[in-house]
Design a protein around this ligand. Structure first.
Ligand code: CTP
Length: 406
């Protein structure tokens, strides 16, 4: 799996730096090309000569001391298929999470646009520090993979969580991410996420409880599988791929249609409001003293999924020469049901006309809306049903792409 892959290892100044020598050997034995960048502090724990000999490459340390200057941070970032920062100190974690680039390693990390794995190792008190944990969450939310440190006896003499994870875990994660990467490479995947926001007046709106987590997990996973990703979302998301923020169903429909022509796959994970207020006041509606009851007239929103499927069906009936220039995306819908899940899902896939429908039971408290977990059934237009047991939304996302493209 790793044969001829380009792995970039970033080493920072922690005692676990000495363990990276063995990790480089593991990657080399598997046939990978390894390049190393490290902070100056890392060289207090392991020598440049050792790293050079093991990786069989020059080791990058200081971006301003390069003969024949070229923007090193860009070339390191461009050449690698994956970046592994190991061990990652609290200091470097803080810098990357906050966009600080004061050395070669942090500059490369900032420019990096492919899967990145961060393996922290530090004293247990530092690991539990509120700000360190906040930075870890920020990194995780932006799609970076964190392999948490393990509990045990630490080099500083303490017992607790902080020691570098087992090297085999890092190796396995590298293999997993690089194998996933191939499935979607060269494909453009458009994903919608979150509940649409339908204004009533300037301060009030109709929406729903969708957190956008499933759509964002799909977008992160597609990105890690090598796709060009466009996430069209009603919730905020800072990502290394394309993010378009929208509010209403009408805005979302426009944004999706703009991406349609060159999309390979469109996934409607958003919870689109079925209705919007017919009239949207451009002022704050006042409370009336005359009546206890008011009515808001609602009109139907466009059914985005259905219209995408109709467009696809129409295009496929056009002449062969036209079809050559327009892609025919795989269209995937979601189906949120609180009763008769499979029966309703089967009806919905034929009504909407999509290629796949992901059905989930929103009546369950342990999965679905706002949860980090989900349990779904994947239906195909041909009538196949595949059940995926409860798993993290990221894991479910991976299995969905494997079902579509595997
Ligand atoms: N959807 C859409 N446009 C709408 C409503 C839903 O594109 N106006 C999409 C959703 O993003 C999802 C799928 O259609 O992929 C099914 O959504 P769901 O809410 O389960 O179904 P509805 O069509 O809204 O039907 P109902 O609410 O009656 O179950």
């Amino acid at each position: 799996m790793l044969n001829n892959k380009n792995i970039l290892i970033g080493i920072t100044g922690g005692i676990a730096a000495y363990k990276v020598c063995e990790l480089i050997r593991m990657y080399k034995r598997a046939g990978a090309n390894v390049r190393v960048v490290c902070t100056e502090n890392a060289l207090n724990f392991v020598t440049k000569l050792t790293l050079q000999n093991l990786s069989q490459n020059e080791v990058g340390v200081d971006e301003f001391q390069v003969e024949n200057y070229k923007p090193e941070h860009i070339s390191y970032a461009d050449e690698a298929d994956i970046m592994i920062i190991v061990p990652a100190t609290a200091n470097t974690i803080g810098k990357i999470a906050n966009g600080i680039c004061d050395n070669l390693l942090t500059s490369v990390a900032c420019a990096f646009r492919k899967p990145m794995v961060i393996c922290p190792a530090m004293n247990c008190g530092m690991w539990n520090n509120h700000f360190v944990q906040e930075n870890i969450s920020k990194l995780r939310d932006s799609g970076i993979h964190i392999i948490e440190p393990e509990e045990g006896f630490l080099a500083c003499g303490y017992n607790g969580k902080g020691r570098l994870c087992d090297l085999q875990k890092i190796f396995d994660k590298t293999e997993e991410l690089l194998s996933q990467q191939q499935i979607l490479s060269g494909k453009k995947v458009v994903i919608t996420a979150g509940g649409t926001i339908e204004p009533i007046d300037t301060v009030r709106y109709i929406s729903n409880y969708s957190s956008g987590k499933m759509g964002i997990a799909l977008a992160d996973t597609a990105y890690n599988m090598g796709a060009e990703v466009i996430l069209i979302t009603t919730v905020d998301a800072e990502k290394p791929y394309g993010v378009l923020k929208v509010k209403s169903a009408v805005d979302m429909q426009q944004a999706v249609e703009n991406e349609y022509d060159d999309a390979d796959c469109i996934i409607m994970a958003a919870a689109v409001a079925d209705y919007r207020a017919k009239n949207q006041a451009d002022y704050k509606i006042k409370k009336s003293d005359d009546t206890d009851c008011i009515s808001i007239e609602l009109v139907k929103n466009p059914d985005i999924l259905k219209s995408l499927c109709q467009k696809k069906a129409k295009v496929s009936t056009l002449s062969a020469s036209t079809v050559d220039t327009v892609k025919s995306p795989v269209i995937v819908g979601f189906c949120a049901e609180s009763e008769n899940l499979l029966a309703n899902a089967k009806e919905k896939i034929s009504k909407k006309g999509c290629d796949f429908l992901i059905a989930n039971d929103i009546s369950r408290k342990d999965i679905g809306f706002s949860s980090d977990y989900n349990e779904v059934s994947i239906l195909t237009r041909g009538g196949d049903v595949k059940h995926i047991e409860k798993a993290s939304k990221t894991d479910i996302a991976r299995q969905i792409f494997e079902a579509i493209y595997g």
